[in-house]
Design a protein around this ligand. Sequence first.
Ligand SMILES: O=c1ccn([C@@H]2O[C@H](COP(=O)(O)O)[C@@H](O)[C@H]2O)c(=O)[nH]1
Length: 233
Amino acid sequence: MANNSQIIVALDFADQHDALSLVDKIKPEQCRLKVGKEMFTYFGPQFVGKLVDKGFDVFLDLKFHDIPATTAKACVAAANLGVWMVNVHTSGGEVMMSTAQEALQGLSGRKPLLIGVTVLTSMDQSDLNGLGIQKTPQEQVLSLATLAAKSGLDGVVCSAQEAIMLKQALGQDFKLVTPGIRPAGSDKGDQKRIMTPEQAVKDGADYLVIGRPITQAQDPYAVLEQINLSLKG
Ligand SMILES: O=c1ccn([C@@H]2O[C@H](COP(=O)(O)O)[C@@H](O)[C@H]2O)c(=O)[nH]1
């Protein structure tokens, strides 16, 4: 069934049963799901397979970053799990990104979207300076996203704060996947470049990655529904 929800719920749980009890109360039409490093390391491909079998679009957020051949083979392995989206770090460079995309394009069957991580939403100017990077986060995101587009990727992970700039520079079809989404009044946690769901969509974000504001809420389903409704209006 077609899924039009722009929300990707980040399942960051140490207990598989906690994650599945949340998932079992959600329908695939209400959101997509993200499996990241924590749950993949604990529960592996089997857990991903359970979500795919339930009919969810799954974003496997493992942020591959390695030599081109290894990265490409990891992306193919992800595709073989039936995931909808997979990602690499743009800082792996043009050859790494284009090799991964070519490997996915060579597969038969549905190809997952390949997305490049730019500057983590938990980082600000001082974090970049600590890496010896003097550019602003916006400049660094633009430069890495431009490289991702040149390498043939389908889009990037960035903050919604960079959405207007990236849509102008790289076009409407280049997908923007934005973590660091915080409904008004919710806790920032370790996120630094944040935006509300409504503003993110207004600015051009295609997909909103939302973890703790939903998963740690007293009533996660109510929060998910409320955000879905706010995006429709
Ligand atoms: O730049 C990035 C890339 C990935 N993430 C991931 O998104 C979720 C965000 O969760 P919240 O609880 O809503 O903060 C999390 O799984 C991160 O690993 C990101 O935050 N920023």
